[in-house]
Design a protein around this ligand. Structure first.
Ligand SMILES: NC(=O)c1ccc[n+]([C@@H]2O[C@H](COP(=O)([O-])OP(=O)(O)OC[C@H]3O[C@@H](n4cnc5c(N)ncnc54)[C@H](OP(=O)(O)O)[C@@H]3O)[C@@H](O)[C@H]2O)c1
Length: 270
């Protein structure tokens, strides 16, 4: 019997992973806060839904107690829970977005791994952390909260990988590009709200919209990402990171020196 705990199970990328893992015979501890979605996941063979908030330490210890009713070891923890925002870093009260992005994406991931570490160690398991193309590509404006959180995930992941290499526990980083889930919907909603409320950026936001639409149109189906997660989980010798569907345009931009990219943004916003 193989045991995996997966946060973000109720999300657009997480649910297809849970479905695939259930089919492949895994026992999945599916973590989320949305009760209706958890109930539905619980109907799948081998899926044990666990209502838990990864920003809350007590809630995560309660989740660990729930897992330990079934097993004292895990073959893997997959951290997919995450939030994203389209927001200015200076206008319209930006700090709640920044705090939430760091609380869920960074501290939530670190908390989950710390709380479940002994079970992973006992199971000679592996840890999978979800960054984003935003974690390594050149930074885009109006995505600051998300970008700073995913860059922190990158640093956290890489340091953890080198620490746990000492103990023989693989740590794997996922770097998805754009996939059609509610997170991409949140970004579109954030754009509309920012445009409605801005005193300074109306012209530039209007000009940047086609680029944003183009990136979102290239969003892949979440099943494609599930293939990558399954590979990272089931392969005997996993790679240290898996990239999927990074935007061609942004990859191209990423090849240029930062000062050139600044100039392109300046010209584009005139
Ligand atoms: N979709 C993309 O284009 C894309 C691109 C790059 C990276 N990613 C990354 O991929 C991961 C999954 O994203 P997604 O597209 O599946 O997003 P999604 O559909 O919005 O799902 C987000 C998931 O995170 C969970 N979550 C959020 N806050 C939580 C909390 N405090 N406690 C427990 N669970 C929490 C949600 O659970 P509940 O709703 O049950 O609370 C949900 O399962 C994220 O880390 C995201 O940054 C996504």
């Amino acid at each position: 019997m193989k045991y995996v705990l997966l946060t973000g199970s109720t999300g657009g990328l997480g649910t297809p992973c849970v479905e695939r893992l259930s089919k492949n015979g895994w026992t999945v501890f599916a973590v989320g806060t949305n009760r209706d979605k958890l109930k539905k996941l619980g109907e799948l063979p081998g899926v044990i839904p666990i209502g838990a908030d990864i920003t809350d330490t007590d809630s995560m210890y309660a989740a660990r107690r729930a897992v330990m009713e079934h097993t004292d070891r895990l073959d893997a923890v997959v951290n997919l829970a995450g939030v994203s925002f389209f927001h200015s870093l200076v206008e319209n009260d930006p700090l709640p977005c920044v705090e939430r992005a760091l609380a869920v994406n960074v501290l939530g991931t670190a908390r989950t791994n710390a709380v479940f570490f002994e079970l992973i160690e006992r199971g000679h398991g592996r840890i999978i952390n979800c960054s984003s193309s935003a974690g390594w590509m050149t930074a885009q404006p109006f995505a600051g909260a998300y970008i700073m959180s995913k860059r922190a995930v990158e640093g956290y992941n890489d340091s953890l990988r080198r620490e746990l290499a000492i103990l023989g526990i693989p740590v794997i980083k996922l770097q998805p590009g754009s996939f059609r889930t509610s997170i991409t919907g949140d970004v579109e909603h954030g754009y509309d709200e920012t445009l409605k409320q801005t005193k300074r950026y109306r012209a530039v936001l209007t000009k940047l919209k086609p680029l944003m639409d183009k990136t979102l149109r290239k969003s892949e189906h979440p099943d494609v990402f599930a293939d990558t997660v399954i590979k990272a989980l089931e392969t005997k010798h996993p790679k240290i990171q898996y990239r999927k569907n990074s935007s061609f345009l942004l990859r191209l931009l990423d090849l240029l020196p930062e000062t050139w990219i600044d100039r392109i943004y300046r010209i584009a916003s005139r």
